[in-house]
Design a protein around this ligand. Structure first.
Ligand code: AHG
Ligand code: MN
Ligand code: MN
Ligand code: MN
Length: 325
């Protein structure tokens, strides 16, 4: 079979003049993700599906693969002299790595981990911030998302893809497994401003605030309702896969706050999920908000803080925010 010719991630880093130390951190994250992708493909055969008898700081029961993916990323990054601090959805506290490192790396090692047992798409999300020298190790992660130097995710789907931004456009690379290289398959991705597709867990309808419920009802009313258009719905239960669809073909991704005790401030984590996704989406010309504020402007007050997420096609995001006012 003939392969098309694409630019490699390595060449992209060179031609974009990404600072060498930052590039080395990104390359290590991606190498860990390639290892995770290999483990995922063997996980059923090797008995790596299912949960461990342990909870993370968000009160979720960890899967074996949550723990393993976390370990792979942590082991790789601890060896990089430029990584000072590591924070993860699966670690209670910040891990201190190289004292002279310039970067703080946050990640969701395995996103959508309930999909593991059904061989559904999952991902890894990461964010790189400048490490601060003063204060508590947590301080480096308690910076607003605007400070991110790089954010990305790896989607483990039919193909393994890397979606990444250094703050000047968002780029999609596809893993060419035989060559062990990510190749640039979509440069300067743009999210359509208008959409007629939404991504939302409809099973939570009874917990929503009235304003959000009205917005969704009007989506469902279709062309005969106030929005005068028919909407379609897609939800895989993995933020990486659901956001990826929004990036590739437009749409709005919604995880609002609701009345459940654990979800009063949303379900998704600001540092590991919302903030990096917001940088990626804004670099595609999309928008990313909690229920009123730009996600990138929120200064976290704690490591595992949760936020509502309303993100994707700009016009639809602003329509939703108007309902929430
Ligand atoms: P994680 O697997 O990293 O804990 O993240 C799960 C998140 C996110 O991927 C997804 O959008 C959301 O949880 C799904 O929530 P529901 O269980 O309400 O569908
Ligand atoms: Mn989790
Ligand atoms: Mn997640
Ligand atoms: Mn996770």
């Amino acid at each position: 079979m003939n392969s098309l010719h694409f630019k490699s991630f390595e060449n992209f880093l060179l031609s974009s003049a990404i600072e060498l130390d930052l590039a080395s951190v990104v390359k290590d994250i991606i190498a860990a993700c390639v290892d995770i992708s290999g483990i995922l493909s063997h996980s059923t055969i090797e008995g790596l599906t299912g949960s461990v008898d342990q909870q993370n700081s968000s009160g979720e029961t960890q899967k074996q693969l949550d723990v393993l993916s976390n370990q792979i990323l942590k082991d790789k990054l601890r060896l990089n002299k430029s990584v000072k601090f590591i924070a993860s959805e699966e670690e209670n506290n910040v891990v201190t790595a190289a004292p002279a490192g310039a970067y703080a790396v946050a990640f969701d090692p395995l996103d959508g981990s309930t999909n593991i047992d059904v061989n559904g798409a999952v991902g890894t999300i990461f964010s790189i911030l400048p490490a601060l020298n003063d204060g508590h190790p947590e301080a480096s992660f308690l910076q607003s998302g605007n400070h991110q130097l790089c954010a990305g995710y790896v989607l483990y789907g039919p193909a393994t893809q890397l979606v990444i931004t250094f703050g000047k456009g968002t780029y999609i690379f596809t893993l060419q497994a035989e060559a062990n290289m990510f190749m640039l398959t979509d440069a300067k991705v743009t999210i359509a401003k208008q959409t007629s597709e939404f991504s939302l867990n409809m099973a939570n309808t009874r917990y929503w605030k009235r304003e959000f419920g009205n917005y969704v009802q009007h989506l469902l009313d279709g062309s005969g309702g106030p929005r005068q258009k028919s909407y379609n719905m897609r939800w895989t239960g993995a933020m990486v896969a659901d956001i990826h669809r929004v990036i590739c073909r437009g749409g709005i991704f919604l995880y609002p706050s609701d009345k459940r005790e654990k979800v009063t401030s949303g379900k998704l984590r600001l540092i590991y999920e919302a903030s990096p996704m917001a940088l990626i989406i804004e670099n595609c010309g999309g928008s990313a908000f909690d229920e009123r504020t730009s996600l990138l402007s929120i200064v976290p007050t704690s490591l595992h803080q949760k936020v509502p997420v309303i993100a994707g096609s700009t016009n639809e995001v602003h329509t939703c925010l108007n309902y929430m006012e």
